[in-house]
Design a protein around this ligand. Structure first.
Ligand SMILES: Cc1cc2nc3c(=O)[nH]c(=O)nc-3n(C[C@H](O)[C@H](O)[C@H](O)COP(=O)(O)OP(=O)(O)OC[C@H]3O[C@@H](n4cnc5c(N)ncnc54)[C@H](O)[C@@H]3O)c2cc1C
Length: 442
């Protein structure tokens, strides 16, 4: 088997040495890890398909992997699978109508650089941009910094090329009559369980000439009303929520003074093609806000947000990291409930805001608790507040048992899994529920 794989991708791209596979078998949090048969690093679409066909023939399960920044255990092996690393497929080419087609292994930073070189802008962005790949973002239907403006990844995609489990190459899943047309609705967010994403064609826009970044203090009880006002500002490109203790923590790590103190803060970015919108500037002028107009000041304000994960990690305590989504109006109740957890650990919370189904602000919240806490305890709290255990990071291994197999979306996923991967060789144990099995049993 390993010889056959080496004959497809070359000896140097089939890794089995424990020292060499270590970065591929454990996730970013260090929480999920498992045995691997080999890490295979194909360099072309054809090699990906041939590797898949070989594994299919031998009945070997495959875990597709991008930058391994996923936070729910979906991209690392569990019990002797082949890890299919997509990182070498990182070419960006021009599509029609100014769109860009990026190989699945292109990092978001690489995609942004390619777009900037063409005087274009891509709205898919997160603070994991230097490692997270477009393939991983498609597979998780990721959110990110510009979700409030452009939606999630699915909203920004024009097409994707995929390979099926047996190595069949589908260069476009939008072509009419394509046997996999059903995949279009679900491949985004299928977390490597239905198909391997080979490339994605994404929409682009013109980069905005003018920017303004602002940090607006608030109380927890007022932040929902404040966010509603900010969400309708013309030119809004990003809206983030974080707490005062989160800012203080990052400030300490960055050795800077916190730019503002409050129970809760909103960080917003506005952009304009020409001048910034007057109405938006007046509205911000009326707030007691820190306003950054110069690029260096703007980067400094963003640094408080982008470094939050590192700042929490630098505490060196055990860390429970979960992402959830809930109404911003419930953030005070969530903080209060987290404060009552046994042992009273610190809970740090931040996230991107987006417009919920009824127009209300929703936060895709990243919760970091400085203790080993059963994630289900947090999920129960969030669901008790009307939120969802599934945020923008996906389901992976961690939340699979929280899905209701009878729910329409999950039932469709199970149906597609039976159709496109009936032998269960693509990312087994991830996302698609096995009735009655919990994450701990996997
Ligand atoms: C500091 C930090 C900040 C983050 N911020 C955000 C954020 O703002 N928004 C957000 O949505 N996420 C965020 N994440 C989570 C993570 O970056 C995203 O889930 C991202 O999409 C993962 O991309 P990746 O290339 O690292 O994928 P991986 O971690 O390698 O894989 C993630 C999942 O996608 C599957 N997969 C990967 N590539 C492919 C492919 N080519 N074909 C099929 N399946 C594939 C894997 O099997 C796995 O199930 C953050 C993570 C970190 C560490």
């Amino acid at each position: 088997m390993l010889q056959a794989l080496a004959s497809i991708v070359g000896d140097e791209h089939v890794l089995t040495d424990p020292d060499l596979v270590t970065g591929y078998v454990t996730d970013w949090t260090g929480r999920f890890t498992g045995a691997v048969k080999a890490v295979v690093r194909p360099g072309t679409t054809e090699e990906v398909c041939t590797v898949l066909a070989q594994c299919y023939q031998e009945g070997v399960a495959v875990v597709p992997q991008g930058g391994n920044t996923g936070l729910v255990g979906g991209g690392v092996p569990r019990s002797g699978e082949v890890v299919l690393s997509m990182l070498r497929l990182d070419e960006v080419t021009d599509g029609h109508d100014g769109m860009l087609t990026a190989g699945a292994g292109t990092t978001l930073s690489g995609l942004h650089r390619a777009a900037a070189g063409r005087n274009q802008f891509v709205g898919i962005d997160t603070s994991a941009r230097d490692s997270a790949t477009i393939g991983g973002m498609v597979a998780t239907n990721g959110g990110g910094i510009h979700t409030v403006r452009f939606g999630r990844v699915r909203d920004q995609l024009h097409d994707v090329a995929v390979a099926l489990v047996n190595g069949t190459h589908l260069p476009s899943i939008l072509v009419p009559g394509n046997p996999a047309a059903d995949l279009w609705r679900r491949v985004c967010g299928s977390e490597g369980t239905l198909a391997v994403v080979l490339s994605a064609t994404v929409r682009t826009g013109r980069p905005a000439a003018q920017r303004l970044v602002t940090l607006v203090p608030s109380a927890d009880r007022d932040v929902d009303a404040l966010a509603r006002k900010m969400m309708v500002l013309p030119g809004l490109w990003a809206l983030e929520v974080m707490g005062g203790s989160e800012i203080e923590l990052t400030a300490a790590m960055l050795q800077r003074r916190p730019p503002a103190t409050a129970e809760c803060l909103l960080l917003a970015e506005l952009r304009g093609a020409g001048a910034l919108d007057d109405q938006a500037l007046t509205a911000i002028g009326d707030l007691d806000a820190v306003v950054a107009t110069q690029p260096s000041e703007q980067e400094e304000l963003w640094a408080f947000r982008h470094n939050l994960s590192l700042a929490v990690r630098s505490l060196g305590t055990p860390l429970t990291k979960v992402d959830v989504s809930l109404s911003l109006a419930s953030i005070g109740q969530l903080k209060a409930a987290l404060a009552t957890l046994a042992g009273e650990p610190n809970a740090y919370l931040w996230g991107h805001l987006l417009t919920g189904p009824t127009g209300h602000p929703v936060v895709n919240a990243h919760i970091n608790i400085t203790a080993d806490v059963q994630p289900d305890i947090v999920f129960d709290i969030v669901e008790g507040l009307g939120g969802s255990a599934v945020g923008e990071h996906g389901v992976g291994v961690m939340k699979r048992h929280r899905l209701d197999p009878e729910a329409a979306d999950t039932a469709e996923l199970i149906r597609l899994k039976q159709r496109f991967d009936s032998r269960g060789l693509l990312n087994p144990g991830v996302l698609v529920p096995d009735r009655g099995r919990s994450a701990e049993q996997i």
